[in-house]
Design a protein around this ligand. Structure first.
Ligand SMILES: [Zn+2]
Length: 219
């Protein structure tokens, strides 16, 4: 009887924790103007609290007009590609093309801190070793015990809502990103392709994205 009561209280407590987490929402923590080679943007940091060292970021054109479709890129962090211009993937080049588009179309880029499709940099480097041994990008992640793509887009939707954006043109080749907006208050009115030419170092990676992950890359 005692054990039963203990379990019941524990269950109620866990349910409560799940419930409160579900309603935990991010807040705008700080914002500043950032001049870049593509122009000056407002960078806004979002997190649950101001102690967060890896907040998600919104990079917003100062003349963005939320009364019209906003051109939006949702970019997941790829330290190797974005910062060190790794040629194993197309992330760095995609980020730069997206920044050009955001500058031209007065849009917004949401930078989500989910490195390596959500598995983190340590596991990403381990996955690269497996790929060097012949596995593709999906099998390497599965081999390490992860989903092929562990990314989640809920934070991006929360950020877009906070920015007052209701309808967008989404810069992506990834059908999962378009699907992520179904049953959300954000309307995707168009998908704008963001195609990076394949080269020797990224060809196998892009081919896997095209053939096995449903990305629209025409390879
Ligand atoms: Zn990458």
């Amino acid at each position: 009887m005692y054990i039963l009561n203990y379990l019941t209280i524990f269950d109620v407590f866990s349910e409560f924790m799940v419930f409160t987490n579900y309603f935990k929402t991010m807040k705008k923590q700080a914002a500043a103007a950032i001049p870049t080679q593509w122009g000056t943007f407002q960078m806004i940091a979002y997190s649950d609290d101001d102690k967060e060292r890896m907040p998600h970021l919104a990079i917003v054109h100062p003349a963005m007009n939320v009364q019209e479709d906003v051109v939006v890129r949702i970019h997941s962090e790829c330290l190797t590609g974005d910062l060190f211009t790794s040629k194993r993937c197309d992330c760095g080049e995609q980020l730069h093309v997206a920044m050009e588009m955001i500058a031209k179309e007065k849009g917004a880029l949401i930078y989500l801190r989910q490195e390596g499709r959500g598995i983190g940099i340590i596991n990403k480097l381990k996955a690269y070793n497996l790929q060097d041994d012949g596995l593709n990008t999906i099998d390497a992640n599965t081999h390490l015990g992860f989903e092929p793509d562990a990314r989640h887009y809920d934070p991006a939707i929360q950020i877009l809502q906070d920015l007052g954006i209701t309808s967008i043109q989404l810069l992506t080749n990834n059908p999962l990103k378009v699907e992520a907006f179904e049953k959300t208050p954000i309307q995707v009115n168009e998908r704008l392709p963001i195609v990076i030419p394949a080269h020797q170092d990224n060809h196998a990676y892009l081919k896997t994205k095209n053939d096995l992950m449903g990305h629209f890359l025409n390879l």
